[in-house]
Write a protein that binds this ligand. Structure first.
Ligand SMILES: [Zn+2]
Length: 409
């Protein structure tokens, strides 16, 4: 690996901007904006990044912001993505920064992700004379609707300065100070279908289909992330190394018929074609062969997020050198939670998502994304900024030294 920006310099630069990052995060947290409506958040972000001397472009794929930091020395390009939108729900955790907007709250920690990305840009901005190459910061809108990444890619964010690698973090429920990496695994994609049944026994047949679809599951849907689940996903070959989770529901249709819908999350994603075949077989068995073509699948299964095995492992070691190896958790499976459209970036560019612990038992904060009581320990902002800034600068140096893959050590 080539010369890198010293982690101690990064830590010092991060402490200098830390309290302003917390203020930024609080401003975004108090006035959360839903997918497609991130105008104020984007303006705040763009203002900060212009102030830090980055090249800033707004209105990318909606309210997306792209900001490029050029190191003084030429070199490779890598990308870092943060999502900005809030969850359509109310916040239960009581604090003086609680959401002022009814029906919108940062229950997925995207305010933390945004603050950290600004922090990394500001931290490395002050050290650009030691940076070899460029970092494109992608502030993405509309993650919750799984549409923002697609829109930014369609708007050319990966074409103008094609990045060699791309990274992101997401808040997770482990204790603050911990980071999880997931070599070769990540959040499952999803797929689904509906089929409309007509005729006198439509409802009974719909129930029969629903029951058979639910039988395809190897795991029940998880509503609470308890210690058993957290332990299971850290076990190689555990129950989450291969799974199918299925949901199915029935609605009545105007002609006294019934619509059966189903959704699957599975790992690995090669199981989706198999699940489509099983679904058609079930409908055929219950309703006859002529119903097979009436099974309406989603256009394409939403892709799984597959974190690069090698880069995730290396990142885990790097983060261990910053935070202590005992604070790094390696995941060997992933719980069937909401997907993340960072998957669409990882479909095109090698890289990884990391999971930043934000829970703190002593303050009663539980960082379980999308739970109404979600709350993040703000010190995670400084920890995430230091770790990510160090990792990105290390990757630029490695890619410069070994352009073909940059995986030398
Ligand atoms: Zn999220």
């Amino acid at each position: 690996m080539g010369p890198t920006v010293d982690q101690r310099l990064i830590d010092i630069a991060t402490s200098a901007v830390y309290s302003e990052l917390v203020q930024l995060r609080r401003a975004i947290h108090r006035y959360p904006e839903l997918a497609g409506d991130e105008g104020e958040t984007a303006a705040l972000v763009a203002g900060r990044l212009r102030g830090a001397g980055l090249d800033v472009r707004t209105g990318v794929g909606g309210h997306g912001v792209v900001a490029v930091l050029h190191g003084t020395e030429p070199g490779p390009v890598i990308a870092y993505r943060a999502d900005m939108d809030a969850v359509r729900d109310d916040e239960l955790f009581d604090s003086d920064i609680r959401s002022r907007v009814a029906g919108a709250a940062h229950l997925c920690g995207h305010d933390i992700h945004t603050a950290i990305a600004v922090g990394v840009a500001e931290t490395l901005g002050t050290l650009r004379d030691r940076l070899q190459g460029s970092i494109a910061f992608l502030f993405q809108p509309a993650e919750e609707t799984l549409t923002g990444a697609r829109a930014m890619i369609a708007d050319g964010v990966l074409d103008d300065m094609p990045p060699a690698e791309i990274y992101a973090i997401h808040c997770g429920p482990t204790p603050v100070g911990n980071i999880c990496v997931s070599p070769g695994v990540g959040q499952p994609g999803q797929d689904g279908f509906h089929v409309d049944i007509t005729g006198p026994d439509a409802v009974a047949r719909a129930h029969e289909i629903r029951a058979a679809v639910l039988e395809l599951a190897t795991l029940p849907p998880i509503h609470e992330l308890d210690q058993d689940v957290l332990t299971a996903i850290t076990e190689p070959g555990g129950p989450f190394a291969r799974f199918v989770v299925a949901w199915s529901w029935i609605e009545s249709t105007p002609d006294d018929g019934a619509r059966v819908s189903a959704m699957f999350r599975a790992w690995p994603e090669e199981r989706y074609p198999e699940l489509r075949q099983h679904s058609v077989d079930i409908v055929t068995k219950v309703c006859g062969a002529d119903m097979a073509e009436r099974v309406a699948f989603w256009g394409e299964p939403f892709p799984a997020m597959v974190c690069d095995a090698n880069l995730s492992e290396q990142a885990g070691e790097y983060f261990g050198s910053v935070l202590g190896q005992e604070n790094i958790t390696v995941l060997h499976g992933f719980y069937p939670y909401n997907g993340d459209d960072f998957a669409l970036f990882l479909d095109r560019i090698p890289g990884a998502m990391f999971y930043l612990g934000v829970s703190n038992e002593s303050t009663g904060q539980l960082g379980l994304p999308h739970a109404p009581q979600f709350s993040a320990d703000e010190s995670a902002i400084g920890i995430g900024t230091r770790a990510v800034a160090g990792w990105l600068s290390a990757r630029l140096s490695a890619l410069k030294a070994f352009p073909a893959g940059g995986r030398g050590s």
